[in-house]
Design a protein. Structure first.
Length: 156
């Protein structure tokens, strides 16, 4: 009986250690996935923001900005390139704010909310733009809440 008890105890301990390792690796993979998503978004916004400083991109966004009910007036007071530069600088600031997650969760959250702004401002005639803004804001808010430990992934 003593030997059988030791075997059961050893198996139980091994199962518990394996379960703890699995949980630790799952948590690590979750954190890794969140980081990859966050910094992938940062790189994307940085590249898009940098491209706004080119003449080709300034001409490319001109019809979208001119049709926007919130931004059309910018072309009346600023040049085509200055408007594009302003938008690019805003996108770079948003990228930097999101990247600041290890330093400040609040600044990163503000940057995440800023991700949805350009969708609404550039695409006013799109019926789905308002839906995209809401979905994007919801995803950004949930991502930050998960990162801060406010929501569990199952709450999504």
């Amino acid at each position: 009986m003593d030997e059988a008890g030791q075997i059961v105890e050893a198996r139980t301990e091994r199962v518990l250690v394996e379960a703890a390792n699995h949980i630790a690796s799952s948590a690590y993979l979750e954190k890794l996935g969140i980081s990859i998503s966050r910094y992938g978004l940062v790189v994307t916004f940085l590249l898009i923001g940098i491209l706004k400083f080119t003449a080709a991109e300034a001409q490319g966004i001109q019809p979208l900005v001119a049709a926007s009910p919130l931004m059309f007036w910018l072309y009346h007071i600023l040049s085509l390139q200055v408007v594009s530069n302003l938008i690019g600088a805003t996108e770079i600031v948003v990228a930097v704010l999101i990247a600041l997650r290890p330093v400040s969760a609040r600044l990163s959250f503000a940057g995440s909310l800023g991700v949805s702004g350009p969708l609404f401002l550039y695409h006013p005639e799109s019926e789905s733009s308002a839906v995209l803004v809401l979905v994007n804001s919801r995803l950004a808010a949930n991502s930050q809440a998960i990162s801060c430990g406010v929501l569990s992934p199952s709450a999504l």
